[in-house]
Write a protein that binds this ligand. Structure first.
Ligand SMILES: NC(=O)c1ccc[n+]([C@@H]2O[C@H](COP(=O)([O-])OP(=O)(O)OC[C@H]3O[C@@H](n4cnc5c(N)ncnc54)[C@H](O)[C@@H]3O)[C@@H](O)[C@H]2O)c1
Length: 360
């Protein structure tokens, strides 16, 4: 194991950088915070002062600093592509926040740039390092529920947007599905393999939202999406995601030829499996308590994942290509909702970003 520390930079000094990336880089004994950058130079300088590093008003200056070996890209979604490609070309390893980008062509270019440069490129899906999501993957890979036939995913909750750009398509790329649903998109691809076809509807039910004391009325991102999915494996399922709601709840159920997985709000992973029959009293449904670490710990682990992969030259378990695939699923659902028709994956490149969802 390498004894040296990894010099890190953070591009984008907003909410998530302050809450997750900066404290966890500083906390990691194998990492060293070298610099931050933000197009808001005052914010970059204030952040640099707070965290004891160098501040830049332009990420190119940060990338030119040879002490920076890896970067976290925590700017708004539409700005990820340019910074990630420039970072790769500068030979820096990368953690990019979700979503990877808002256009598939950009995501392709980001993955290609990292491949060309031979740098590590991971994504910011912290749930990958939790308990429940990897447990579901293990159950599926171990064949405990047999061949998967169907699933049902519901993920809803009232949103509390940190910044107005989340509700502007030009900067965010979309609403609830792009911001929250993309975690599910990542999980579905990881658990069940690629989706082949989607058929979806979306809507904007809520016309006004307060963000940081500002009443936004010109929303152009969807707050509600329902999609039917057909996986390449033949499995099928439905997915409903919404944030214009009064309270949160989520369930995931997966049915296979030998059993089922059921997850609800905070009650771990419930498993029914014909493959775990002995002893007799364990037949039937069993509850596996999946106590998740704190959110800050999940963020710590995703940053540690990149630090260790670089310092020990070990493979990443979650890559930019996974981020690209999650984006493709979300964009296919948007495309289907826009056309009112089923859409087949992989998507053609060069499609326009979807028009605003229908306002109800
Ligand atoms: N993984 C998670 O749990 C999680 C949580 C929140 C946000 N996010 C993601 O993190 C990213 C940032 O979200 P946020 O809530 O921190 O937003 P934010 O608006 O609070 O911060 C974004 C910052 O990026 C800066 N910025 C924009 N373009 C830039 C550029 N080209 N160069 C340098 N700085 C630039 C902005 O000035 C701003 O300070 C988004 O992609 C978002 O989806 C992830």
């Amino acid at each position: 194991m390498s004894e040296r520390t990894l010099g890190m930079g953070v591009i984008g000094c907003g909410g998530i950088a302050q809450a997750a990336h900066l404290p966890n880089i500083v906390k990691n004994p194998r990492a060293r915070l070298v610099a931050v950058a933000d197009i808001d130079r005052d914010r970059a300088n204030a952040t640099a002062e707070q965290w004891g590093c160098t501040g830049y008003g332009d990420y190119q200056e940060l990338l030119a600093n040879p002490e920076v070996e890896a970067v976290c890209v925590t700017s708004w979604a539409a700005a990820h592509a340019e910074a990630v490609i420039a970072a790769a070309e500068a030979g820096k390893h990368i953690l990019c926040e979700k979503p990877i980008a808002i256009k598939l062509e950009d995501a392709d270019a980001m993955v290609a740039a990292a491949d060309r440069a031979g740098v590590k490129f991971t994504m910011g899906y912290q749930t990958r390092f939790g308990v429940a999501a990897p447990l579901v993957k293990q159950i599926l890979d171990d064949g405990l529920i047999g061949k998967v036939m169907g699933l049902n995913v519901v993920g809803v909750g009232p949103s509390s947007h940190g910044a107005p750009w989340f509700l502007k398509r030009e900067l965010s790329g979309g609403g609830v599905l792009m911001d929250w649903g993309i975690y599910t998109a990542f999980n579905l691809n990881w658990w069940l393999g690629p989706v082949e076809r989607v058929f979806a509807t979306s809507a904007i039910f809520r016309k006004e939202v307060m963000v940081r004391g500002e009443l936004l009325t010109d929303l152009d991102v969807e707050d509600t999406v329902a999609a039917h999915l057909t996986f390449r494996s033949g499995a099928m399922g439905s997915w409903y995601s919404a944030w214009a709601v009064r309270t949160g709840h989520s369930t995931t159920s997966i049915d296979g030829s030998e059993g089922a997985i059921l997850m609800g709000k905070g009650d771990g992973v419930n498993l029914y499996s014909t493959q775990l029959g002995d002893p007799d009293h364990l037949r039937g449904w069993r509850n596996i308590p999946a106590v998740e670490p704190s959110l800050i710990m999940l963020h710590y682990r995703k940053i540690e994942h990149l630090v260790n992969a670089v310092l020990d030259d070990t493979p990443l378990v979650m890559t930019g290509a996974d981020g690209r695939d999650a984006l493709e699923l979300v964009l296919a659902i948007y495309r289907s909702a826009e056309l009112g028709q089923p859409v087949t994956l992989p998507l053609e490149r060069g499609m326009p970003v979807m028009e605003p969802a229908v306002a109800i």
